[in-house]
Design a protein around this ligand. Structure first.
Ligand SMILES: Cc1cc2nc3c(=O)[nH]c(=O)nc-3n(C[C@H](O)[C@H](O)[C@H](O)COP(=O)(O)O)c2cc1C
Length: 214
Protein backbone atom coordinates (compact mmCIF):
# COMPACT_ATOMS: atom_id res chain seq x y z
CA UNK A 1 0.00 0.00 0.00
CA UNK A 2 2.86 2.33 1.02
CA UNK A 3 4.71 1.51 -2.24
CA UNK A 4 1.64 2.29 -4.35
CA UNK A 5 1.26 5.63 -2.56
CA UNK A 6 4.93 6.55 -3.22
CA UNK A 7 4.67 5.56 -6.89
CA UNK A 8 1.44 7.53 -7.28
CA UNK A 9 3.01 10.60 -5.64
CA UNK A 10 6.03 10.40 -7.97
CA UNK A 11 3.79 10.03 -11.00
CA UNK A 12 1.96 13.21 -9.99
CA UNK A 13 4.96 15.29 -8.88
CA UNK A 14 7.60 14.43 -11.52
CA UNK A 15 5.75 15.84 -14.56
CA UNK A 16 5.15 19.09 -12.63
CA UNK A 17 8.86 19.36 -11.76
CA UNK A 18 10.05 18.74 -15.31
CA UNK A 19 7.44 21.15 -16.65
CA UNK A 20 8.82 23.85 -14.35
CA UNK A 21 12.34 23.20 -15.62
CA UNK A 22 11.19 23.79 -19.18
CA UNK A 23 9.44 27.04 -18.35
CA UNK A 24 11.50 30.10 -19.34
CA UNK A 25 11.91 31.83 -15.99
CA UNK A 26 11.22 35.30 -17.36
CA UNK A 27 7.87 34.12 -18.75
CA UNK A 28 6.77 32.44 -15.56
CA UNK A 29 4.10 34.20 -13.56
CA UNK A 30 4.96 35.38 -10.07
CA UNK A 31 4.93 32.53 -7.57
CA UNK A 32 5.57 29.85 -10.19
CA UNK A 33 9.28 29.54 -9.45
CA UNK A 34 11.12 26.62 -7.88
CA UNK A 35 11.91 28.51 -4.67
CA UNK A 36 11.90 32.06 -3.22
CA UNK A 37 15.58 32.67 -4.05
CA UNK A 38 15.08 31.91 -7.75
CA UNK A 39 11.90 33.97 -7.69
CA UNK A 40 13.72 36.99 -6.22
CA UNK A 41 16.53 36.70 -8.78
CA UNK A 42 14.17 36.39 -11.73
CA UNK A 43 11.65 39.01 -10.59
CA UNK A 44 14.08 41.77 -9.50
CA UNK A 45 14.24 44.62 -11.98
CA UNK A 46 15.79 48.06 -11.92
CA UNK A 47 13.14 50.47 -10.67
CA UNK A 48 13.22 54.16 -11.57
CA UNK A 49 9.83 55.33 -10.26
CA UNK A 50 9.09 55.36 -6.55
CA UNK A 51 6.20 56.19 -4.25
CA UNK A 52 6.51 59.28 -2.07
CA UNK A 53 7.00 57.12 1.02
CA UNK A 54 10.20 56.78 3.06
CA UNK A 55 11.71 53.36 3.68
CA UNK A 56 11.83 52.45 7.36
CA UNK A 57 15.31 52.59 8.90
CA UNK A 58 15.13 49.09 10.42
CA UNK A 59 14.39 47.73 6.95
CA UNK A 60 17.31 49.67 5.42
CA UNK A 61 19.56 48.32 8.18
CA UNK A 62 18.41 44.73 7.58
CA UNK A 63 19.16 45.11 3.87
CA UNK A 64 22.64 46.50 4.57
CA UNK A 65 23.27 43.52 6.88
CA UNK A 66 22.39 41.23 3.98
CA UNK A 67 24.90 43.22 1.92
CA UNK A 68 27.80 42.63 4.29
CA UNK A 69 26.96 38.92 4.43
CA UNK A 70 28.03 38.56 0.79
CA UNK A 71 31.06 36.39 0.09
CA UNK A 72 34.25 38.45 0.06
CA UNK A 73 37.89 37.57 -0.52
CA UNK A 74 39.45 36.08 2.64
CA UNK A 75 36.60 37.63 4.61
CA UNK A 76 38.77 40.78 4.68
CA UNK A 77 35.58 42.90 4.48
CA UNK A 78 37.38 45.86 2.96
CA UNK A 79 34.13 47.58 2.20
CA UNK A 80 32.00 50.30 3.76
CA UNK A 81 28.32 51.07 3.29
CA UNK A 82 26.53 54.34 3.95
CA UNK A 83 22.75 54.41 4.10
CA UNK A 84 21.63 57.88 3.09
CA UNK A 85 18.05 58.89 3.83
CA UNK A 86 18.90 62.52 4.57
CA UNK A 87 16.72 64.58 2.19
CA UNK A 88 19.12 67.55 2.07
CA UNK A 89 22.06 65.33 1.06
CA UNK A 90 20.00 63.53 -1.60
CA UNK A 91 18.59 66.76 -3.05
CA UNK A 92 21.90 68.65 -2.82
CA UNK A 93 23.98 65.94 -4.50
CA UNK A 94 21.22 65.40 -7.05
CA UNK A 95 21.27 69.12 -7.97
CA UNK A 96 25.05 69.02 -8.32
CA UNK A 97 24.90 65.91 -10.52
CA UNK A 98 22.23 67.50 -12.72
CA UNK A 99 24.37 70.65 -13.10
CA UNK A 100 27.22 68.49 -14.46
CA UNK A 101 25.06 66.39 -16.81
CA UNK A 102 24.20 66.96 -20.45
CA UNK A 103 21.37 69.60 -20.37
CA UNK A 104 19.35 67.72 -22.97
CA UNK A 105 19.37 64.59 -20.84
CA UNK A 106 18.43 66.60 -17.74
CA UNK A 107 15.51 68.19 -19.59
CA UNK A 108 14.34 64.73 -20.65
CA UNK A 109 14.59 63.39 -17.08
CA UNK A 110 12.75 66.40 -15.64
CA UNK A 111 9.95 66.15 -18.22
CA UNK A 112 8.85 62.92 -16.53
CA UNK A 113 6.11 63.86 -14.00
CA UNK A 114 7.50 61.28 -11.57
CA UNK A 115 10.95 62.92 -11.56
CA UNK A 116 12.26 63.50 -8.04
CA UNK A 117 16.05 63.35 -8.18
CA UNK A 118 19.07 62.29 -10.24
CA UNK A 119 19.31 59.03 -8.26
CA UNK A 120 16.60 57.61 -10.48
CA UNK A 121 14.13 59.01 -7.93
CA UNK A 122 15.10 56.70 -5.05
CA UNK A 123 13.96 57.82 -1.60
CA UNK A 124 17.10 56.43 0.08
CA UNK A 125 20.55 55.35 -1.09
CA UNK A 126 23.12 52.70 -0.30
CA UNK A 127 26.56 54.07 -1.13
CA UNK A 128 29.21 51.34 -1.33
CA UNK A 129 32.95 52.02 -1.15
CA UNK A 130 35.93 49.66 -1.13
CA UNK A 131 39.67 49.89 -0.75
CA UNK A 132 40.40 49.49 -4.48
CA UNK A 133 41.87 46.13 -5.58
CA UNK A 134 40.84 43.46 -8.12
CA UNK A 135 39.34 41.36 -5.29
CA UNK A 136 37.46 44.15 -3.54
CA UNK A 137 35.81 45.18 -6.82
CA UNK A 138 34.36 41.66 -6.96
CA UNK A 139 33.39 41.87 -3.28
CA UNK A 140 31.51 45.12 -3.96
CA UNK A 141 29.59 43.58 -6.85
CA UNK A 142 28.53 40.61 -4.78
CA UNK A 143 27.43 42.90 -1.95
CA UNK A 144 25.36 44.94 -4.38
CA UNK A 145 23.37 41.96 -5.58
CA UNK A 146 22.72 40.89 -1.98
CA UNK A 147 21.41 44.39 -1.24
CA UNK A 148 19.15 44.44 -4.30
CA UNK A 149 17.76 40.95 -3.76
CA UNK A 150 17.15 41.56 -0.05
CA UNK A 151 15.38 44.83 -0.86
CA UNK A 152 13.28 43.05 -3.48
CA UNK A 153 12.32 40.37 -0.94
CA UNK A 154 10.92 43.16 1.29
CA UNK A 155 8.80 44.55 -1.54
CA UNK A 156 11.21 47.40 -2.30
CA UNK A 157 12.59 48.50 -5.65
CA UNK A 158 16.25 49.30 -6.35
CA UNK A 159 18.46 50.65 -9.12
CA UNK A 160 22.23 50.29 -9.18
CA UNK A 161 23.79 53.58 -10.31
CA UNK A 162 27.27 53.69 -11.76
CA UNK A 163 26.83 57.19 -13.16
CA UNK A 164 25.91 58.79 -9.82
CA UNK A 165 29.00 57.22 -8.24
CA UNK A 166 31.11 58.79 -10.98
CA UNK A 167 29.73 62.26 -10.18
CA UNK A 168 30.24 61.71 -6.44
CA UNK A 169 33.93 60.97 -7.11
CA UNK A 170 34.54 64.30 -8.90
CA UNK A 171 36.44 67.16 -7.18
CA UNK A 172 33.24 69.28 -7.37
CA UNK A 173 31.46 66.79 -5.09
CA UNK A 174 34.24 66.58 -2.48
CA UNK A 175 32.13 68.10 0.31
CA UNK A 176 29.21 65.75 -0.37
CA UNK A 177 31.57 62.76 -0.34
CA UNK A 178 33.23 63.97 2.87
CA UNK A 179 29.83 64.03 4.58
CA UNK A 180 29.59 60.26 4.03
CA UNK A 181 32.62 59.73 6.29
CA UNK A 182 34.29 56.92 4.38
CA UNK A 183 37.65 55.79 5.72
CA UNK A 184 40.90 56.97 4.14
CA UNK A 185 41.68 55.13 0.90
CA UNK A 186 38.13 53.99 0.23
CA UNK A 187 36.51 54.73 -3.15
CA UNK A 188 32.81 54.77 -3.99
CA UNK A 189 31.99 52.05 -6.54
CA UNK A 190 28.25 52.49 -7.00
CA UNK A 191 25.11 53.84 -5.41
CA UNK A 192 21.96 51.77 -5.04
CA UNK A 193 18.76 53.80 -5.07
CA UNK A 194 15.97 52.21 -3.06
CA UNK A 195 12.32 52.92 -2.34
CA UNK A 196 8.78 51.64 -2.49
CA UNK A 197 8.28 50.97 -6.21
CA UNK A 198 5.78 52.86 -8.33
CA UNK A 199 6.39 50.78 -11.45
CA UNK A 200 6.89 47.14 -12.33
CA UNK A 201 9.25 47.03 -15.33
CA UNK A 202 9.33 44.03 -17.64
CA UNK A 203 12.45 41.86 -17.68
CA UNK A 204 14.95 42.97 -20.29
CA UNK A 205 15.99 40.14 -22.64
CA UNK A 206 19.06 38.10 -21.66
CA UNK A 207 21.34 36.36 -24.15
CA UNK A 208 21.48 32.68 -23.14
CA UNK A 209 24.19 32.01 -25.74
CA UNK A 210 26.82 33.32 -23.34
CA UNK A 211 26.30 30.12 -21.33
CA UNK A 212 28.07 26.98 -22.53
CA UNK A 213 28.70 23.53 -21.05
CA UNK A 214 32.24 22.22 -21.52
C1 LIG B 1 27.37 48.57 -12.46
C2 LIG B 1 26.01 49.05 -12.87
C3 LIG B 1 25.82 50.39 -13.20
C4 LIG B 1 24.56 50.85 -13.55
N1 LIG B 1 24.38 52.19 -13.77
C5 LIG B 1 23.15 52.66 -14.04
C6 LIG B 1 22.95 54.07 -14.18
O1 LIG B 1 23.86 54.88 -14.06
N2 LIG B 1 21.69 54.51 -14.44
C7 LIG B 1 20.62 53.64 -14.53
O2 LIG B 1 19.51 54.10 -14.77
N3 LIG B 1 20.79 52.29 -14.42
C8 LIG B 1 22.02 51.78 -14.16
N4 LIG B 1 22.20 50.42 -13.98
C9 LIG B 1 21.06 49.50 -14.11
C10 LIG B 1 21.12 48.72 -15.44
O3 LIG B 1 20.75 49.58 -16.50
C11 LIG B 1 20.18 47.49 -15.37
O4 LIG B 1 20.60 46.65 -14.34
C12 LIG B 1 20.15 46.73 -16.69
O5 LIG B 1 19.61 47.51 -17.72
C13 LIG B 1 19.35 45.43 -16.58
O6 LIG B 1 18.03 45.70 -16.19
P1 LIG B 1 17.41 45.05 -14.87
O7 LIG B 1 18.25 45.48 -13.71
O8 LIG B 1 16.01 45.58 -14.79
O9 LIG B 1 17.43 43.55 -15.03
C14 LIG B 1 23.45 49.94 -13.62
C15 LIG B 1 23.66 48.61 -13.29
C16 LIG B 1 24.90 48.15 -12.90
C17 LIG B 1 25.08 46.70 -12.51
Amino acid sequence: MKKIFILLSMALVLPVMSCKENTPASDAVSGAYENPVVEAIMERRSVRKYQDRPVERDLLMRIAECGINAPNAMNAQQWEVRIVDNKEWIQGMSDLQLSMMDPQMVAQMKSDPSFRNAFRNGTALFVVAVKPSPMTFIDAGLMGENIMLAAHSFGLGTCCLGSSARFLNTPEAAEWLKALQFSEGYEVQYIIAVGYPDERPQAKPRNKEVIRFI
